[in-house]
Write a protein of this length. Structure first.
Length: 298
């Protein structure tokens, strides 16, 4: 009897988040293993056949400690949240930057068999030949643009992120250059910087031939992008970052900086953050810390 109550309690916790109330009464007497298997299969089907409802989590803001010159939306990786990165970004010696750190919606992820996780878009596999969730990417990029839309006109705007967040930021770069999202809706924000740590470029193989118009070429050529990746990354392989930067360069993004790190896995290190600070200080012409970083990013 105690086991049945415990199973029902756990199942309630698993299902309430997705709104699948009909599981509760029907499967109360099933074995615990059977319940998990059924839940797994149901969520897997949902992730394959239904569009998830999108409700973004809490947004954390790090206010500039000095003169406000730039605002950057920073996007976390799969399964993370905005809080963890906001705490790290607050420690960086960049007093002129306002950081906006949103939390991705919790949604079924195909990579996890349909179980929910905070994610900017769905991922079937960490594979450069895998399908891209265009709808999810557009929703995420539009949310980022909306977060930047109310910033003062004289403030430079940027998007950065780690892992899946980096993929979303690089996708935002292509939307900015093209002047529209993948669904054809106009992209409304003027970007001045893109940062991608340990990530990849979605839709890289379909980008060729889309940047032919003069206005699009000019936007692509003018956008500064930095892509950093560790050679010891066992989650998003190093070649993804390397090929992403090559794809950007070959498609007219002329201001791409690629920074490899020999011993870096799927995380960040002080050296990477120091060099990122140098790049941002130079790229955005920030006040106050130029002398600290001279020569780091040469």
């Amino acid at each position: 009897m105690k086991d049945a109550k415990a199973n029902k309690k756990l199942l309630r916790r698993l299902t309430l988040a997705e709104g699948h109330f009909f599981f509760l009464n029907f499967f109360t007497k099933c074995s615990f293993t059977a319940l998990l298997v059924l839940q797994y299969e149901y969520l897997r089907c949902c992730s394959r056949n239904l569009r998830r409802a999108v409700e973004f989590g809490k947004t954390h803001v790090v206010r500039p400690k000095g003169k406000h010159q730039a605002t950057i939306v920073w996007l976390h990786g799969l399964g993370d949240n905005g809080s963890s990165w906001s705490q790290l970004l607050e420690t960086l010696p960049l007093p002129n930057i306002k950081w906006i750190c949103p939390t991705a919606p919790s949604q079924p992820i195909s990579l996890f068999g349909g179980f929910p996780s905070t994610a900017w878009f769905d991922v079937v596999d960490i594979n450069e030949d895998g399908p891209d969730d265009m709808e999810g990417l557009d929703v995420a990029a539009a949310h980022v643009a909306n977060l930047l839309s109310n910033e003062p006109a004289d403030i430079k705007l940027g998007v950065g992120g780690f892992s899946m967040g980096a993929a979303t930021s690089l996708y935002s770069a292509t939307c900015f250059a093209l002047g529209k999202y993948g669904n054809g809706n106009p992209y409304p924000i003027n970007l001045s910087a893109i940062i991608g740590l340990s990530g990849w470029l979605p839709c890289a193989k379909t980008l060729a031939g889309k940047l032919e118009e003069e206005q699009i070429k000019n936007r692509a050529a003018s956008l500064p992008i930095v892509v950093c990746h560790g050679k010891a990354d066992d989650v998003v392989p190093f070649k993804f970052g390397e090929k992403s930067s090559q794809a950007l360069l070959s498609n007219g993004f002329k201001k791409v900086t690629f920074k490899p790190y020999s011993a870096l896995g799927h995380h960040t290190i002080p050296q990477e953050l120091d060099e990122l600070c140098a790049w941002l200080t130079s790229t955005l012409s920030l006040e106050g810390f130029h002398n600290v970083f001279i020569g780091i990013f040469v």
